[in-house]
Design a protein around this ligand. Sequence first.
Ligand code: ZN
Length: 249
Amino acid sequence: MAKVVRAIVLLLLLMTAALFGADNPYALPLSTIIIDAGHGGHDPGASRSFEGSLIVERELTLDIALRLERLLNDAHPLLHVVMTRTDDRYLTLEERGRIAYQTVLPPKTSALLLSIHINSAVHSAAQGFEVFTKLKDKEVPLLDATTPKEHIALFSKHNKKELNALLFEETRRVAAAVSGALVKGLPMQVNRGIKEQDLWVLNAARMPAVLVEVGFLSNDEELALLLDPQYRETIALALFHAIEELLPT
Ligand SMILES: [Zn+2]
């Protein structure tokens, strides 16, 4: 009987290894970071009047994204950093996803997408940062006619269900790194946790992707912080540390 149990355990371990092992195309060494500054152009995102001027999310997300790009480029010149936008322009969610998954990766490497947003709520008391991932059980199309041909061999070893499971595992790892780095980098702020949500940009990226809401425009205290360039640098630095943690050593 013990032999049977051992055989079953071994079989399960082998199956797990086959599913989550070296074949996971999303867990290959990270070569490429896609940074997505939320909103832009005629889409301001969250907005709020403050001391006679209109504060808009699209400007703050771009500022943090550009700071993060600079930190990554300075410290890791070989890392491929791709920005969905570097100025105040409008991009559809589909275009952001396409920029992410159509970026051709160096062989046997992987990418991740980090989408940066600022929150807003009806109740001004709401505060803190939170990290969103795709839904665990949401199957997104990962291979189709628009997949770069260089990537097809990498992903074609798995069926759609397996790929989605592998993608979610890696996404959770990225989310944990981002959330952990924000907890460390912004120790005075409220950690609202990691949440699964059906967000277009996360599904469309077709790679480990997280959306981070770094604070609330609607909260007086956080608005004051977000207007301070030094605080935006602190946020960018926390995101930078999260990415550093995920880079191959
Ligand atoms: Zn937003």
